[in-house]
Design a protein around this ligand. Structure first.
Ligand SMILES: [Zn+2]
Ligand SMILES: [Zn+2]
Length: 383
């Protein structure tokens, strides 16, 4: 191992510098030696990595204390303080200090990644794949909101190697071919082309001794129970995203998401129209004519509906706020009750007798509406 330079010296700060000073010094150096600004410059690359390593130790109170006390030995042995293999590791470890941090304003991080291009994809560990599943619920459940526990078969990090894919006591090493860059540069005349490293297939790391359990894959299939909260107001086609419950990313990358597609089963009496519910109620012709009150079902019980005298068939009564709650909004839709005149096919003798009598009276005592219609008929056909 070559002799290591003092971390404070690398960043150009005093031994008693504040953590803010250290952060500022590192940012300055990182920008100066950034690989996108110094393409192909091996010395700049070395300096960039060196600065990241120094910052990794000095930005962590515990590691800094160990370093102050025992030097490089202290952090190398006790803290697993190995150097950074790849730029991507550096970005994923300290990317946020380029962007936020408040001082200097603007996003320097964006500037970095807009610069030169091509690095963006590798800037972070790759996210795992998303998973999809479908949940069927009843209409009252959709109205109330509910919970469902679902079984998901997905990859989990291997219990033996904890996802690294490397056998116990070993760890993946930086790819010797691309030096962890994931890409290799080839020059052709004036052009230089970056291609995915053929040795590590773009992972930046290689596993020398694969874990026996997962044969180096770092993962194994497992069944997981996941409880899904379904908010009130969902409808068929509503998509719920459960962040971080998808497949794990390769080599310790973040998990993808789980997408839950909701199906709301049809209801025996309510027909849903967006946030409104439609209920069709058959009511006898006599009752519609005379007026009455009827019991109707609602989502949470029963309600009484007053039907005034002379109510026409297919009239719609609107019960405000008795429909479906609005998803992620306030309030609820309405319950629309459509009263439909019931004209029975089967009649008792008595019913038939009464209706015949009524029909005879109707002929003599014509309603205003029927009269108006008959007048129009006369206009059309003459007398
Ligand atoms: Zn394993
Ligand atoms: Zn490689």
């Amino acid at each position: 191992m070559p002799t290591q330079r003092d971390y404070y010296e690398i960043l150009g700060v005093e031994r008693d510098s504040s953590s803010d000073d250290i952060k500022r010094a590192y940012r300055k150096r990182a920008m100066k030696f950034h690989p996108d600004r110094n393409p192909g410059d091996a010395e700049a690359e070395e300096k960039f990595k060196e600065a990241a390593e120094a910052y990794q130790i000095l930005s962590d109170d515990e590691k800094r204390r160990m370093y102050d006390q025992y030097g490089h030995q202290g952090v190398n042995q006790n803290m697993g303080g190995r150097g950074f293999g790849s730029f991507e590791e550096i970005f994923s470890a300290f990317g946020d200090i380029f962007g936020s941090a408040g001082q200097g304003g603007g996003s320097i991080f964006d500037e970095f990644f807009g610069f030169g291009g091509g690095r963006q994809a590798g800037a972070q560990r790759r996210r795992g794949a998303s998973l999809k599943c479908e949940i069927s619920i009843s209409l009252p459940e959709a109205a109330q909101g509910t919970k469902r526990t679902i079984q998901v078969t997905r990859a989990e990090n291997c219990g033996t190697c904890h996802g690294s894919g490397a056998a116990a006591g070993t760890s993946p090493s930086v790819c010797p071919y691309c030096h962890g860059m994931r890409q290799v540069q080839q020059s052709q005349g004036f052009f230089s082309i970056r291609t995915t490293c053929p040795r590590c297939r773009g992972e930046g790391e290689v596993i020398e001794t694969p874990c026996k359990k997962c044969r180096g894959a770092g993962r194994e299939k497992a069944n997981r129970e996941i409880t899904v909260e379904i908010p009130p107001g969902v409808e068929t086609g509503t998509q719920l995203r459960i962040t971080g419950e998808g497949e794990p990313g390769p080599r310790g990358g973040p998990r993808g998401d789980l997408y839950v597609f909701v199906v709301v089963e049809p209801h025996s009496v309510f027909e849903r129209q967006a946030d409104d519910l439609l209920l069709e109620v058959p009511v006898g012709f006599a009752k519609l004519t005379l007026g009455t009150s009827i019991d109707i079902p609602t989502l949470d019980g029963k309600a009484e509906l007053q039907i005034p005298k002379g109510t026409k068939s297919h009239r719609v009564f609107r019960l405000r706020g008795k429909g479906m709650p609005r998803l992620r909004g306030s309030g609820a839709g309405d319950l629309l009750v459509r009263t439909v005149a019931d004209t029975p096919k089967k009649l008792t003798k008595r019913q038939e007798q009464l209706l015949k009598e009524l029909a005879e009276i109707e002929d003599k005592n014509v309603s205003a509406e029927q009269k108006s219609f008959l007048d129009k008929m006369k206009d059309l056909f003459g007398s």
